[in-house]
Design a protein. Structure first.
Length: 127
């Protein structure tokens, strides 16, 4: 398995975990795994492009690099914006806020959008 394929496989598993956690009403945990799925999908794309991804959990930063390589990534800006804070907000008391089911469900949809977009690009490419 190629390195970028492994990134995408782990992203898909994080997405699945997010869904399971959401269905158990564990909204903060679901949000964290949704953010992780988006992050790993973007990093997978960068690895496929022979770019070493930055050691960051900020999807907005990763998306800037992806957009420089392929401008159509810009359509994921909203998804990156909403997911990014949940690498920490959902795990630590300093940033903890109530997260309702519908909000976590939207985050899951954003992560699905990012992974679907990247998976399609990879599938269509001949790397």
């Amino acid at each position: 398995m190629k390195q970028y394929e492994l990134w995408l496989k782990i992203a898909a598993r994080d997405l699945e975990a997010s869904n399971v956690l959401l269905n158990a009403s564990l909204t903060h945990q679901s949000a964290y795994f949704a953010q992780q799925a988006g992050e790993k999908a973007l990093k997978g794309y960068l690895v496929a492009q022979k770019r070493m991804p930055q050691k960051t959990h900020n999807l907005k930063v990763l998306l800037i690099v992806c957009t420089e390589l392929l401008p159509s990534f810009a359509k994921l800006k909203e998804a990156a914006h909403f997911l990014s804070p949940h690498s920490t907000n959902s795990r630590y008391p300093e940033n903890y806020e109530e997260l309702y089911f519908y909000e976590a469900a939207v985050l899951l949809k954003h992560a699905q959008k990012i992974l679907k977009f990247v998976a399609k690009l990879v599938q269509e490419a001949s790397w």
